[in-house]
Structures are given as structure tokens and as C-alpha cells.
Design a binder for this molecule. Structure first.
Ligand SMILES: O=C(O)c1ccc(O)c(O)c1
Ligand SMILES: [Mg+2]
Length: 617
């Protein structure tokens, strides 16, 4: 598949954009008119530069408000078009995108629109140029791809075909399967964009919220399959209007974009089960989603305090690393690595996660194929080689075999009874990691969703928004279907960017699942643990929300436990104090509860905010 991207997707000057697209590995680009108008480079220089970078110039766009007009307006539109055809000749671009008329159309008549497009086709052909007609979802008379295809069929001109843009089709809830019935030769260009499911006017949605395939809520894989089945084999181009992408690091966004096309090809190929079509799809090693967490690594400047907290929760110290200031703690088969090496400014509190996979080698190969950055790992001869990549927020993601007792624990001289391997001791109350909550800088949130979806094959669940004193926190759960791995990605509110403490001052946490949370809490109380204090108002509201008896309520309040119900399911959980950027949570799920205590999250965030303020005073 030939990959392309519209220059409007990314930040910087036209030169910056071209360089970044070439470096990321795109085959070509669409020149967005605005980028050319403001460029000091001449069309010939742009052409030469693209050539040097190995980029094809696939499309010039957009040309607007052409068809469905009075004759006098049409003559003016043809004059406008001819100027652009001359420009395209200088650029060496042979396809121009024409948006369906949104402004000047006054005549709702397909026959007339077709005749006018035929005249444009004749003019275009005389310059060796083709017109790709795109139905904008908010076009005045033409706003569906079906309608644009009817008109193009009527035009019946070799220089007039279609541009299909997934956003305009899927945003309206239109059925994309009809794409398979369009003759491939009449599809001149294809643009892809995903978007989060929002209820707002389509134009604003399109101009500000598009995201790369895999980062939103559209079924892009199904769309791609229809496209492949049509027999189309031209460029597949990203056209993303997104306020964040346009102000983010250009190289990084370009890589994110290419990753989306690599992922999409792989998924579409898997869904097409070896069907034969002209478009060749690039695939990668097919790895299964992780089976569980091998370990979680916490990096902290206060390892003693975090160690104390782990001990209070029933974790056992299993050993010190031979050479590094790094400790291993374990309980019930859960392994936590406590890294006291100085992290420096923007390092996340949860610095690494080991995922258990069937084929660690294949998983690394796939991750690198998806343009993830490998993490440098120093190995001595007797240390087990673990390979991993960096997630967008800097968390190191390692791929480990699905061993009960991984070989690397030997580096910690770990022996002992239950210790770090197997399923732990019979009396262990913590049985597994329930979920890991990772703070995401707002610039790389969409990138992170695609990263975890494509590299780890996690599924996205509908996002939620949690109010906090620092702003609205968007939270996105990504998990395996069976729940063996669950991550909650939280966007760090903008306000923290300005804080002296820097963008990563937002805390992260690991939630441990317990078989008996009351016992864990009581043991922690006895061991002198500092719980996050839950306000009285919360318990009064809880009594109103649920018919809980007085002794249960009193126990919840005494232990600073939070509670939520979901049908038959019950969720009990508590939080520790925050140390540096880290706190811990213990949860107990009863009767198939599947959520994360969303109603309690604002209480937690407000309590942490109060605590933090008191400490800073
Ligand atoms: O928002 C627009 O105007 C616009 C322009 C060109 C496109 O290809 C498109 O999909 C939208
Ligand atoms: Mg478009």
C-alpha cells in the first residue's frame, strides 16, 4: 500500500513537514494549499525537494465551491481552476481534490453539476490533471459518497473521479460497504481519518477532532477492508485536522501517523483472510495480547517510603539487585521492582511494565515494526535478556515469557519460600495487579492509545471524564478482552504544565487486587500505614446512594474504603498516601464487578489535591 499524508496534519513549515514525513517513512504527501501559499519556496523548489526526499506529491487540495452554480459563476470558477492547474504542472502534481460545494451552489440539479464537472474535466485533461471529487459531509447539495459517485458516473469523463474520505462517510453513520461496488479506476484518491465519538456539528468535529486511524471510535478496519475489496491500489492518505497534532512535535506526529497506517494494514489483512486483491498490505508478526503482568517497576526518589508502604500492604522483600540500587518485592505472584536510581525531571513514577507474552521475540519485532523506540538494555552474560520499547509517555514496556518464576528474579539473589515466583504463599491477600494507572501528557494521549492498541493489542473501552480541582481528567481504559491486563490512561490536566514541578507531577498508581480487602486494610492499619483520607460527606452520600446497613458503612468509613455497585457487582477499594508521584490502591471485586469505581475517582482526586496543598504550605 502506498502511504501518504496531508501536510495539514502536522506542525511546522512546509519544509519541516516534508522532512518529517520522509523521515517517518511515508511514500508521499498531499500538499495542502495553505502550506504552499505561505511558503517561501517556489513550486519548482518544492518539487525538487520532494524528489530529493524520495516523496511523491500525490494530491493538491482543496479546490472549493465549483459546481451547481449559474453560468457566470462557473466561468469564474473555471478561470480559478486553470490557475491551479498551471501551478500543479509546475509542482508535478496530477490530482486535484475538489470538495463538493458548501457555499456558492444555488442549483440543486445533478445533471447540471455533472455537466459543469465535465467542463472542468476537459480543462483539467488539457493540463494532464485529474479531478478527485469529494463529498464533504456538510456539502450543500452533495454530502454523501453515494451521491458524489452518482454524479461522477454521470460526468463519465476520464479526468473526473472520486476522492473517498472516511471521515465524511463514517461521521454521518453512512454504510461504507458500497465502496466495494465503485469501479476502482474511478476512485482517484483516498483519505483516512478516525475520530472520537462526539455529538456536535460535523464541521467542527471534522476541523478539530480528527485523529489517526486506531485512535478514535470509527471502525477503520472495516472501512479499509471495503476499500481493498474495491480493487483500489492508489495512495492511502491521512488527512487529520486536529488542534493538538498541529502544535505538537512534527517528527513524532509523523511517526504516529505512519504507525496508524502500518497497524491498519496489518488488521485489514488479518480480516481479509488471504483474499486476493491488487492492494498489497504490509503485515507484521501476529502476536496475541499479553497474558498478564510479569512485573511493575516503580522509580522513586523515596524508595524507603515506598518500601514501607509495600510492606504495610503485605509485600515481602525478596532481594536487592546485585549491582543496582533496585529491590524486588512480591506478594501472591505480583512482582514490584523498586528502583531508587535518580529519575530526573520528567520521568514517570511507573517507569516500566513487563508484559507476559507467548512470543517475546515476535512481540519486540512487531513493536519495532510499528516504529516504537527500543529501550537500551545492558545485559551481562548471566542476566536474562529482556527486550522492550518506550511507550509515548516514557514508560518502558518489556516483553517477558509467560513463566511462573521468571529467570530475572535470580539477579536479586531471590530465594525463599513463596518469594517472587509462582503464585506466592497461601496466606497472601494480594493476588494480582488489577490495573495500572498511567498519567499521559495531553500532547501524546492519542499516540498512547494507538501505541497500546497496536503494539500490545489492547482494546479501548469508552473514555470517561472525571472532575477534579485541577480540571477535568479524561480517563481511557485499555485492556485485554479477558481482563488479564488493564491499563487506565489518564490525561494530565493542562494546568499542571505550568506548575513549577513540571508536566509529570501528576501521580500514577498501581491497583492490586485482594481476596479480602478488609483484612488487607486492617493489617495495613496495624502496620501504621497512611491511608488517603476520605471525607465524611462521601459516606453520607454513599448511605443515600445504596441501602447499606450501619455496621457496613461504619467499617467502610473506619478504614477509608470507597464503595461502588454495578448491578450485582460490588467494588471496594482504598488508596494509600502519595509519595512523590506515586500512590497505591487495593481493590476487591465482588460478583463480577467490571468497572474502576468511576464515581469515586473525583473524591480521590479532590482528597489528593487537599493533601498536596497542605503539604506545600
Ligand atoms: O474541512 C474542509 O474544508 C475539508 C477540506 C478538504 C478535505 O479533504 C476535507 O475532508 C475537508
Ligand atoms: Mg478530505
Amino acid at each position: 500500500m502506498r502511504t501518504s499524508i496531508a501536510t495539514v496534519c502536522i506542525s511546522g513549515t512546509l519544509e519541516d513537514k516534508m522532512l518529517a514525513c520522509a523521515r517517518a517513512g511515508f511514500d508521499g504527501i498531499e500538499i495542502f494549499e495553505q502550506d504552499l501559499l505561505v511558503s517561501p519556496l517556489s513550486p519548482e523548489e518544492i518539487r525538487a525537494r520532494a524528489d530529493r526526499l524520495g516523496l511523491t506529491l500525490d494530491l493538491y487540495q482543496p479546490f472549493r465551491d465549483f459546481e451547481g452554480v449559474e453560468e457566470a459563476v462557473l466561468l469564474e470558477n473555471l478561470r480559478r481552476a486553470e490557475a491551479k492547474f498551471r501551478l500543479m504542472n509546475r509542482l508535478g502534481i496530477d490530482t486535484m481534490l475538489l470538495c463538493s460545494n458548501v457555499g456558492t451552489a444555488t442549483i440543486d440539479d445533478d445533471g447540471l453539476a455533472a455537466e459543469q464537472l465535465r467542463r472542468l474535466g476537459d480543462l483539467a485533461a488539457s493540463y494532464g490533471v485529474r479531478i478527485a471529487y469529494e463529498a464533504l459531509a456538510w456539502g450543500k447539495f452533495v454530502n454523501t459518497y453515494g451521491h458524489s459517485w452518482e454524479i461522477v458516473r454521470k460526468v463519465d469523463h476520464p479526468a473526473v473521479g472520486l476522492c473517498l474520505d472516511s471521515f465524511h462517510i463514517l461521521s454521518r453513520g453512512d454504510d461504507p460497504s458500497g465502496i466495494e461496488d465503485i469501479p476502482a479506476a474511478k476512485i482517484f484518491f483516498v483519505q483516512l481519518a478516525d475520530a472520537p465519538v462526539l455529538s456536535m456539528d460535523i464541521l467542527s468535529w471534522s476541523r478539530h477532532y480528527r485523529v489517526f486511524p486506531g485512535e478514535g471510535g470509527f471502525d477503520m478496519v472495516a472501512f479499509m477492508k471495503h476499500l481493498v475489496r474495491s480493487g483500489y491500489d492508489g495512495p492511502v492518505s491521512l488527512e487529520i485536522f486536529n488542534d493538538v497534532f498541529r502544535q505538537s512535535d512534527v517528527e513524532r506526529t509523523a511517526v504516529d501517523g505512519l504507525r496508524s497506517l502500518l497497524w491498519l494494514q496489518d488488521r485489514a489483512a488479518a480480516g481479509l483472510h488471504g483474499e486476493n486483491h491488487p492492494m498489497e498490505l504490509r503485515t507484521m508478526p501476529d502476536v496475541r495480547p499479553p497474558a498478564g503482568l510479569d512485573y511493575a517497576e516503580i522509580r522513586t526518589d523515596e524508595p524507603e517510603s515506598v518500601a514501607r508502604m509495600l510492606a504495610q500492604l503485605g509485600f515481602e522483600f525478596c532481594g536487592q539487585h546485585r549491582r543496582k540500587p533496585v529491590q524486588l518485592w512480591a506478594q501472591g505472584g505480583v512482582r514490584v521492582i523498586l528502583n531508587g536510581q535518580r529519575a530526573g525531571g520528567a520521568a514517570p513514577a511507573i517507569s516500566g511494565l513487563g508484559f507476559q507474552v507467548e512470543d517475546p521475540h515476535g512481540a519486540v519485532e512487531r513493536a519495532v515494526g510499528l516504529k516504537a523506540t527500543p529501550v537500551a538494555r545492558h545485559n551481562t552474560a548471566d542476566e536474562q535478556e529482556l527486550r522492550g520499547v518506550s511507550a509515548p509517555d516514557g514508560t518502558e514496556v518489556f516483553f517477558a515469557p509467560t513463566a511462573q518464576r521468571p529467570a530475572w528474579v535470580e539477579e536479586f539473589g531471590a530465594g525463599g519460600s513463596g518469594g517472587p515466583g509462582g503464585s506466592g504463599n497461601a496466606g497472601d491477600l494480594v493476588t494480582r495487579v488489577d490495573h495500572v494507572n498511567l498519567a499521559q501528557p495531553w500532547q501524546s494521549f492519542d499516540e498512547a492509545v494507538l501505541f497500546y492498541e497496536s503494539v500490545l493489542r489492547l482494546e479501548t473501552r469508552p473514555a470517561t471524564e472525571v472532575p477534579s480541582p485541577m480540571g477535568l481528567v479524561r480517563s481511557q481504559v485499555m485492556r485485554t478482552a479477558d481482563g488479564s491486563v488493564r491499563l487506565a490512561l489518564n490525561i494530565v490536566p493542562h494546568v499542571l504544565e505550568d506548575a513549577a514541578s513540571g508536566p509529570q507531577s501528576y501521580p500514577e498508581h498501581i491497583a492490586f487486587q485482594a481476596s479480602d480487602i478488609l483484612a488487607v486494610a486492617r493489617r495495613a492499619v496495624a502496620a501504621g500505614m497512611n491511608f488517603l483520607q476520605v471525607p465524611q460527606n462521601y459516606y453520607e452520600d454513599l448511605a443515600a446512594r445504596y441501602p447499606l446497613d450501619a455496621p457496613t458503612l461504619a467499617t467502610l468509613q473506619e478504614l477509608n474504603l470507597l464503595y461502588e455497585r454495578d448491578g450485582n457487582g460490588e467494588f471496594l477499594h482504598f488508596y494509600t498516601e502519595t509519595i512523590g508521584n506515586l500512590f497505591l490502591e487495593v481493590v476487591e471485586r465482588r460478583h463480577g464487578y467490571e468497572g474502576y469505581g468511576a464515581q469515586n475517582a473525583p473524591v480521590r482526586l479532590a482528597a489528593q489535591y487537599e493533601r498536596n496543598r497542605l503539604r506545600r504550605r
